[in-house]
Design a protein around this ligand. Structure first.
Ligand code: OOG
Ligand code: MG
Length: 256
């Protein structure tokens, strides 16, 4: 088993938007550490090609998400500048079978590191919170994977949209931070901020601890997507999506 060969294979599928077979079945001895190394190696290729590392995403931090993909452990992935959507139109170019999910994003303004990090530490390092949509797109056939596959595929990262408004961290009562996702005018997913580990701040705490075990940290200026609040939904050309973050803002966009 050669990790560079596997990294290249995944990278090529990410670039060509052609689905691939799972790596876990073809390389049964591959580990979680290997998978994160593959993720890092492919990220370096993107940076060499001129992209910019802008933050981290946590995944599988809500029961709804864990249930829907059958993986019951949080994972992290890396976010690039080129993944950020600047307008409310989602082009399907370069995507295989995209799904969208509502999230909260933390904007971090101080370095966060170490295994002993607390919720308090994260709050003190949080500039503000934004509502967000993540577009995920697994490179695996049928959107089917295990923990190792999905980590190696950068946690299915494809695109993300951040709302312009930045909220003060102390504004949030997560039980009341309700989210409603509509597809073509019909409500299809409901959730609330507290569906993310009871409090999305815990997702950031968990991220810092996971990064620590690989000698990494969150740098000032980074954003952190804390994980899908509800199940993700498939979108197709012509769809319109509206996500209402009750008492906060509303993000709507169309799929081209
Ligand atoms: C894995 C990525 C999970 C989230 O927010 O839970 C994720 C997937 O569902 O393909 O982004
Ligand atoms: Mg997500």
């Amino acid at each position: 088993m050669n990790l560079n060969v596997i990294s290249n294979e995944i990278y090529n599928h990410q670039k060509s938007a052609v689905e691939m077979d799972k790596i876990s079945t073809r390389y049964p001895s591959i580990t979680i550490e290997d998978a994160y190394k593959i993720q890092e190696t492919n990220m370096k290729k993107e940076l060499q090609d001129g992209d910019q590392f802008v933050g981290w995403k946590m995944g599988l931090t809500s029961f709804a998400k864990q249930q829907s993909v059958g993986v019951n452990q949080p994972i992290y992935g890396r976010l690039l500048k080129s993944m950020e959507m600047s307008n409310k139109e989602l082009s399907l170019e370069g995507l295989i079978h995209p799904r969208v999910e509502p999230e909260f994003a933390f904007l971090i303004n101080k370095k966060l590191e170490g295994n002993n990090v607390t919720e308090q530490d994260v709050w003190q390092a949080t500039e503000g919170i934004m509502t967000a949509i993540e577009v995920i797109d697994s490179r695996y056939k049928d959107f089917s994977f295990n923990l190792i596959d999905v980590i190696a595929d950068n946690a299915s990262s494809a695109k993300f949209f951040l709302s312009e408004q930045i909220y003060e961290p102390n504004k949030f009562q997560w039980e009341k931070a309700k989210v409603r996702m509509m597809l073509n005018g019909k409500i299809i997913q409901l959730g609330k901020g507290s569906d993310v580990m009871g409090d999305p701040v815990r997702s950031v705490v968990e991220l810092v601890k996971m990064l620590h075990s690989s000698g990494l940290c969150i740098e000032p200026g980074m954003i952190v997507l804390t994980g899908g609040i509800t199940e993700a939904i498939h979108v197709f050309s012509g769809d319109s999506i509206e996500v209402e973050f009750v008492e906060l803002d509303k993000i709507d966009f169309t799929v081209l």
